[in-house]
Design a protein around this ligand. Structure first.
Ligand SMILES: Cc1ncc(C[n+]2csc(CCOP(=O)(O)OP(=O)(O)O)c2C)c(N)n1
Length: 663
């Protein structure tokens, strides 16, 4: 791991004990500090993959905020939280910074356990305006109305429906809340939609373009406190009335809107921040930044540099036009463990899914695919570019995506909703009402279903079985290897009702065998055993096969079932396993509460089958920390070792139980 501690090139950062010190720094010092922050970010990327361009883009904004506010007392929320790195560096975490995104190291997102400067643990976009408004409301009621509450939200996150719910409520409450719109023209890919076009129009405002020098002259005289600030505000407002102003939409919603201003000029930012700090009501400051600012390759290719692989290996061939071996929101090195039974192609589930989607869209004109701003993560660029009329990017609007797909399905299309497991949580109610209740043929492709690795608890997709299994009409599938994925998608598009297919962020093994066709509620029996049965859910199959092979070497005969369907279960296969095996182990990369093992137990209860001999392996009732997926799986007992251990324990238990009976 690179050492930044002794780095003489960070004289300011290495001495900085607390962000409050920024308040007494000159603009020149803050600019020097910005250079040091960028240097650390580049050093980090030499070490490992991380969110990069977004962080480079907010350096000046972050420093200006901390030099204007005291966030030990005031409130600051970075929407989503992927651009939190400069904030971490100036809030006492410089020394631990190089541990970021490693197990037991700093999180790549805000984490209140690390620092009081991080108020919420976040990773999902679009919630910041609501939480900041709530903080301001709490402070207001509790008599702490000298505290100021600031949300920094990107233009990519801004179209989220929740933002408008919060803006609406803020205008009604009319309490101080500062929303900073960080407009860099980008989501992960270039942002799309009507809100994006509106922001583009706002950029033509003379305050930003500098056409009306009168305005910038006024800005140079910005006073700091009290009435003069009000007077300045009045002057700016006069400018507004004189036709300089954009932001009417926000003004009409009850916000005072300022900007857009250059988000890389610390002095200018501080002036505006001081002004909005003293306004007694909802205010929006529109700041223009450049994603990747300060590092030329990231400036020219912010899509690739959103979360690129580590520098060492990849920087020379970095281009967003080419295929990036990224399997993330953030990239992680690909796990190596092959299933013992087969050769492995180093392709991950996402690649199999993308190919299957492309083929379906090519062969069926009624099939369409939807993404919620994750074209790159879902590797849908080829579909977007070659089959544009069947491709829909709705922005970071997962709830809308699902209801929109329901409408398309009702109209006769076969929509495929490609949303990561964790983000689909946003659409719980639309899955219920618009899709399942209507029994509409919408197919959900849930990538990152399982442990999402270094992104951590905000991104692990481990709750989907719980929330999908709930709904009548819903079929829930998970492929045991890459080869099954395409057949599962063709099944889904022929099925007359909603289907969800979940798969993890992992290399997809190709288990060489005669693959039976996918039929509703039919499992695949991989091997039979005389002692016990492993009921494997989805990607746990290869580890289950490895475990069974190892146990066979020890003289323990364990069969393996690739259950394929979590709902409906293959009642015949599951009931035979429960009745005929002396023990059954269920294995899933999902929360045990409401998951696959729970489904097996519920089924056993319905059939009045004893379950003393059943053991469920999966994610216990905790939020799993960040770390490499393999490390996390091993720790949770969800690798071949863990499965073997569980099987041996079941045999020991059985022996103890028989001894007790004999006595
Ligand atoms: C609900 C949700 N959907 C999708 C994502 C994945 N995601 C992470 S960052 C990002 C882009 C955010 O764009 P913006 O807010 O403009 O920030 P920028 O990276 O441009 O600074 C997306 C789509 C997410 N974190 N949360």
């Amino acid at each position: 791991m690179s050492d930044i501690h002794d780095n003489k090139s960070h004289p300011l950062l290495s001495q900085l004990e607390d962000a409050v010190a920024l308040q007494s720094m000159s603009n020149q010092q803050l600019n020097d500090l910005a250079d040091e922050v960028r240097d650390v970010l580049c050093t980090l990327l030499e070490e490992r993959s991380a969110h990069f361009a977004s962080n480079l883009g907010v350096v000046e904004l972050c420093l200006a905020l901390h030099s204007t506010f005291d966030f030990r007392h005031d409130r600051l929320i970075w929407d989503t939280g992927h651009q939190i790195y400069p904030h971490k560096l100036v809030t006492g975490r410089y020394n631990q910074f190089m541990s970021i995104r490693t197990k037991s190291g700093l999180m790549g997102y805000p984490n209140p356990v690390e620092s009081d400067y991080d108020l919420f643990m976040t990773g999902h976009a679009g919630a910041s305006v609501s939480t900041v408004l709530g903080l301001s409301s709490g402070d207001d009621i509790l008599g702490q109305d000298d505290r100021r509450a600031v949300a920094v939200i990107g233009d990519g996150a801004f179209p989220s429906g929740m933002v408008y719910e919060a803006l609406n409520n803020a205008a009604h409450l009319d309490i101080p809340v500062i929303v900073i719109l960080n407009d860099n023209k980008m989501s992960i890919c270039p942002r799309v939609g009507g809100v994006a076009s509106y922001f583009d129009r706002l950029r033509t405002n003379p305050i930003y373009t500098g056409l009306k020098t009168g305005v910038s002259e006024v800005l140079n005289k910005v006073p700091v406190f009290g009435d003069p600030a009000e007077r300045f505000l009045q002057q700016v407002k006069e400018g507004v009335k004189a036709g300089l102003h954009g932001g009417m939409m926000f003004e009409e919603m009850g916000f005072k809107y300022f900007g857009p201003i250059d988000g890389h000029k610390i002095g200018l930012l501080k002036k505006y921040l001081k002004m909005v700090r003293d306004i007694d009501g909802p205010v929006m400051l529109h700041v223009i930044t450049e994603k990747g600012h300060g590092y030329e390759p990231a400036q020219s290719d912010p899509v690739y540099f959103h979360s690129p692989p580590q520098f060492k290996d990849e920087i020379s061939n970095a281009t967003s036009a080419g295929v990036v071996e990224d399997d993330s929101e953030s990239v992680e090195s690909l796990p190596a463990t092959p299933p013992a039974t087969s050769p492995v192609a180093a392709r991950n589930y996402t690649h199999f899914a993308t190919d299957a989607i492309y083929e379906q869209l090519q062969s069926r004109s009624d099939a369409v695919v939807l993404t919620a701003a994750m074209c790159q993560g879902n590797k849908l660029e080829k579909v977007r570019d070659e089959l544009a009329s069947q491709f829909f990017d709705v922005g970071i609007c997962e709830s809308h995506a699902v209801a929109f797909a329901a409408g398309q399905a009702k109209a006769g299309l076969r929509p495929i909703v490609a949303i990561y497991s964790t983000f689909l949580q946003r659409s719980f109610d639309q899955i219920f009402q618009e899709v399942a209740l209507q029994d509409l043929p919408v197919t959900f492709m849930l990538d990152r279903a399982g442990l999402a690795g270094p992104d951590g608890p905000t991104h692990h997709g481990v709750f989907d079985l719980g929330y999908l299994r709930l709904f009548p009409n819903m079929a829930v599938l998970s492929p045991g290897d890459g080869l099954e994925l395409a057949s599962m998608l063709s099944f889904a598009l022929e099925h007359d009702g909603p289907v969800a297919i979940r798969y993890p962020k992992a290399v997809a093994p190709e288990i060489q065998r005669e693959i039976p066709s996918v039929e509703l509620g039919k499992a695949e029996v991989i091997s039979k055993g005389t002692d016990g049965t492993i009921l494997s859910c989805g990607a746990m199959l290869s580890e289950s096969i490895v475990a069974a092979a190892r146990l066979a070497d020890e003289g323990i005969s364990v069969g393996v079932v690739n259950t394929r369907f979590i709902k409906p279960l293959d009642e015949d296969v599951v009931s035979k396993a429960l009745r005929n095996s002396s023990f059954v182990v269920t294995v899933e990369e999902a929360a045990l509460v409401g998951g696959f093992g729970s489904a097996v137990m519920e089924f056993a209860e319905q059939r009045r089958i004893n379950t003393n001999h059943v053991r469920r392996l999966g994610i216990p009732d905790i939020f799993v920390e960040h770390g490499n997926r393999d490390e996390l799986l091993a720790e949770l007992g969800l690798d071949a070792d863990g499965i073997c251990r569980a099987c041996r324990e079941m045999i020991d238990d059985k022996n103890r139980f028989s001894d007790a009976v004999v006595q």
